[in-house]
Design a protein around this ligand. Sequence first.
Ligand SMILES: [Fe+2]
Ligand SMILES: [Fe+2]
Length: 177
Amino acid sequence: MSATGVLREDHEEIRRFGEVVARCHSALLAGADVPLPDLRRIAAVIDEFLDSVHYSREEDSYFPCVASYGLRKEVHDLLVEHEFSRRIAARLRRYLDGWEAGADGREPVARHLRTYCIYLEDHLRKEDDLFERAGAGILSPEEESEMYRQFTEDVAAARIRDMKAEVAYLAGRPWAA
Ligand SMILES: [Fe+2]
Ligand SMILES: [Fe+2]
């Protein structure tokens, strides 16, 4: 497989996660019981997988490489969106803290989950377009295999396994049915 292929696989898993987040949003709106630890786990997937693993792959390796072939504007816009998503995630964590401390966090948490879902859908679609272009002859086979090697080293692979397990766990919770 190629580095582009790895990122596409990440996106498939992120889409599954996005579906869980959307179900969580609906459950909160419907007044269903969504335990705080589950919401914390959603926030942890955002931080520990989306940000620490997937964004790193893009920001530290793939985007700089693609930008060096002239797709600077596209890469710049995607980086701005990453920052936007980090701000949503930070606010989500703040509202979760408040909820845990006794405030009613249901509405703001639901709203931020929904914003995150909308961001994800739009962002992944734009990146898939970039992958399409970059994977079709912009990146050299050497660049693809060098980044592939980085992306699949042990620590990253272990984190992806953890993320898949987390998404499967969350998808099996009663509120996600
Ligand atoms: Fe991204
Ligand atoms: Fe991505």
